[in-house]
Ligand binder design. Structure first.
Ligand code: GLN
Ligand code: ZN
Length: 753
């Protein structure tokens, strides 16, 4: 018997990133709201048709968004801060004012903040709720209009939206009221929504509650239960519409009992990332309820292993009757690119191992139908060795010993040696690495890539830039210099493209936030270094000055976290392979006279597991050692720096110290320096450079401002351990503001000395 199929969400940026380009035109006033709406409609229609053609039984609507679904829910529920409404803009402009900020005749408002969406690379807009907020169903009902739109195209969809629990739990509260104070209003609004959908002919409504896969406290559990008890009974009283609860990104172990007993008509569980999902189902699944079984990974780019998932399905069937099982994607397909068909440069031998969103639709159908031919072919695909393991890499990994992860001598001894060798002043000044990537810098790279200039021309231009950059830093009086990173487009791609084992796609764009997309490289086989990747640039830079120039590398965890990883070997092994490759580079830099080497781990915090109890055993226990592996073999007098972008690492501060770098610089200017208390409390040993100004804005910080930030830092950090630097790389800044800001930074440090 063919099972039914369900999709949680479909990509929405447009097959050729139309939404991005058209939105950007709209922001610049080059197209009208109607024209942008039309693009939105075309993108939606494309997705629905693809899913209908693939025979998907439950096709979602309202998964489209002009920016973000959390923001859409805020608009649906009328939870929009007054300052945006006060601009009296058109609906679409108001929407973008919240997501993007607005500066014009009507006023000047900043956008709401963004945050990472669970364990993905997607960012959502954090709704802001004040004591005055009144939650009520908005007149402009996007859920209803998109349902009707699909219906008019002959496609019956399942309207789905972010549920009240996740919405209220993730929102920011500016007053004294909290999530629970708004649950009643939210329930009323959603019951009304369900009624309108029922009247329009919708058979189902889906509430997505991914926040249920996090650690759920007792009070949160009570909030969830009270919301759905009321909501379900209200909906039942008014409408025949069926109610689905959708979860993803993990399992719902803390609330499974509640979920099972609330009386949903369908429950969506993730069997890919949800380690305990099967166990939970085994403990009992409610009768006459559909199980939307997330068996096709919505997040990775690889083909589904049918045999493996069929075994899982067979287990599920022992506890849930077959007619109640629906085969589903494990999460929204938003997190994968559209289709492998757009990859013209990848060979078929590689492509056949990939399944992007459209290929996953086909897989869902084949898997649910138990299509014998497809199973046969799938089995063949997984039984051949996809890649040959690289003997050199395998050998190096097998020979790793504990001491390869331990730098000698210990921190205090090294610190002394380095202080004596470098003779840096108190409060040494430095930058994070990149200098402004001006138009000319980018044009030079592009011209070289296109082949319109020779390698010599390309190198000569960059060398000139490096020499100028060094001269500028000397003029400004910075203590530890950088070469400026003019040769790099992106801190991961730059290394990925020079390593064995990586492949790059042409069109595999994934939405990161709003109009921003990323094209992560793919780890295809064992990773190793071809040849030195940065040595020539660093050596050239060092030759221009007597001061120390920092070598500049990206760390293994960040390279891994910003790539599509393999699934045939563990993340830990992939991190170690990359670490060994970067270690080769570190040792080559050292050999060539580079005395300070910075290894950026901008994305280390990003992949911290959703549940705290998993933090160490599933992540930090291999991620931190991978970083140590990179630098453990350097000489005591070589100073290792690292840099991180998110200062929200108070809760992993000991793990950061255990990376055993000599100096860490990080973003701190926006986080109220709270991190400093954590440093002090943990007795942080590593020297620190908490960013003294925010590089995300073009503002030039004054000397006084920087000095007072430093004075505050000195209350918590020993003076011998404090470095002075901006909070991140300067690549997005202009030349002029950079020079002024750095001049003030140097002056502030000088005054403090
Ligand atoms: N060294 C990099 C730069 O300066 C670090 C970038 C980052 O932290 N995201 O650009
Ligand atoms: Zn940074």
């Amino acid at each position: 018997m063919a099972l039914k199929t369900s999709v949680i969400g479909f990509p929405r940026i447009g097959k050729n990133r139309e939404l991005k380009f058209e939105s950007e035109k709209f922001f610049k006033g080059q197209i009208t709201a109607e024209e942008l709406e039309k693009t939105g409609a075309e993108i939606r229609s494309y997705g629905w048709k693809k899913q209908a053609e693939a025979g998907i039984s439950f096709i979602p609507s309202n998964d489209f968004s002009f920016y973000d679904n959390m923001l859409d829910t805020a608009f649906l529920l009328g939870a929009i801060p007054e300052r945006y409404k006060a601009l009296s803009l058109s609906p679409l402009e108001t929407y973008f004012a919240v997501s993007h900020g607005y500066q014009g005749e009507a006023g000047d408002v900043k956008a709401l903040p963004m945050k990472k969406w669970f364990n993905t690379n997607y960012h959502y807009i954090v709704p802001e709720i004040s004591d005055e907020t009144k939650i009520a169903l908005s007149e402009k009902n996007k859920v209803l209009s998109e349902f009707n739109e699909a219906k008019s195209q002959g496609i019956k969809t399942v309207p789905s939206l972010i549920g009240a629990y996740t919405f209220l739990t993730l929102a920011n509260y500016t007053g004294s009221k909290k999530a629970g104070d708004f649950s009643e209003e939210a329930v009323n609004a959603l019951a009304l929504l369900a009624k309108s959908l029922g009247e329009a002919g919708a058979e189902w409504i889906t509430f997505a509650e991914p926040a249920l896969v996090l650690d759920v406290s007792d009070s949160q559990k009570a909030l969830f239960t009270s919301i759905y008890k009321k909501l379900i009974s209200k909906i039942r009283a008014q409408s025949k519409i069926k109610i689905a609860l959708q979860t993803y990104f993990g399992d719902v172990r803390d609330v499974y009992e509640e979920i099972s007993s609330l009386g949903f008509d369908a429950i969506g569980l993730d069997f890919v990332e949800g380690k305990k999902s099967l166990e939970l189902v085994k403990s009992g699944f409610p009768k006459n309820t559909l199980l939307l079984a997330g068996l096709v990974n919505g997040k990775n780019i690889w083909r589904t292993n049918f045999e493996k998932q069929a075994a899982l399905l067979a287990e599920i069937k022992k506890y849930v009757s077959e007619e109640n099982i629906v085969i589903s994607s494990s999460c929204s397909l938003l997190h994968v690119p559209y289709t492998t068909q757009a990859e013209e440069k990848l060979s078929c031998d590689i492509k056949k191992h990939f399944a992007f969103a459209e290929e996953k639709l086909v897989e869902l159908g084949q898997f649910a139908a138990g299509d014998e031919k497809a199973f046969e072919e799938n089995k063949k695909l997984f039984s051949i060795e996809r890649v040959y393991r690289t003997p050199g890499v395998q050998k190096a990994l097998s020979e790793l010993k504990e001491q390869d992860f331990v730098r000698k001598p210990n921190f205090e001894v090294r610190e002394k040696i380095q202080h004596e060798a470098f003779k840096l002043p108190l409060f040494p000044t430095t930058t994070i690495g990149s200098f402004p990537q001006t138009k000319e810098v980018r044009a030079n790279r592009a011209a070289y890539k296109k082949g319109s200039i020779s390698k010599d021309q390309y190198v000569a231009f960059n060398q000139k830039k490096i020499a100028e950059c060094i001269a500028l830093q000397e003029k400004l009086g910075l203590d530890v210099l950088v070469h400026g990173e003019f040769e790099r487009n992106d801190m991961v791609e730059y290394f990925g493209s020079q390593l064995y084992g990586y492949i790059f796609t042409q069109n595999a764009w994934v939405q990161s936030y709003g109009t921003r997309c990323v094209k992560p490289p793919v780890i295809w086989s064992d990773v190793s270094r071809r040849e030195p990747m940065t040595v020539e640039w660093s050596v050239f830079a060092q030759k221009q000055t007597k001061k120390i120039v920092k070598g500049m590398l990206t760390g293994p965890v960040t390279i891994l976290n910003w790539s599509f990883p393999r699934e045939d070997i563990s993340l830990k092994e992939q991190a170690q392979q990359i670490a060994l490759a970067i270690r080769d580079e570190v040792l080559d830099l050292e050999k060539n006279g580079i005395k300070i080497i910075q290894i950026d781990e901008a994305a280390l915090r990003e992949k911290l597991p959703l549940r705290r109890s998993d933090w160490h055993k599933e992540y930090l226990d291999w991620a931190i050692p991978a970083f140590r592996l990179v630098h453990a073999k350097v000489k005591p007098e070589t100073q290792i720096h690292t840099h991180m972008c998110y200062s929200e690492f108070n809760d992993i501060i000991r793990d950061i110290d255990a990376m055993d770098a000599d100096v860490i610089t990080f973003e701190a200017s926006r986080a109220d320096l709270k991190i400093l208390d954590a440093l002090k409390e943990a007795n942080f040993r590593t020297e620190v450079g908490p960013g003294v100004y925010d590089i995300h804005s073009a503002r030039v910080p004054s000397v006084e401002e920087i000095r007072s930030a430093l004075e505050k830092m000195l209350e918590k950090v020993q003076k011998e351990k404090l470095w002075v630097n901006p909070d991140c790389g300067l690549k997005t800044r202009g030349d002029e503001e950079t020079e002024k800001s750095l001049a003030n930074l140097v002056e502030a440090a000088r005054q403090l000395r």
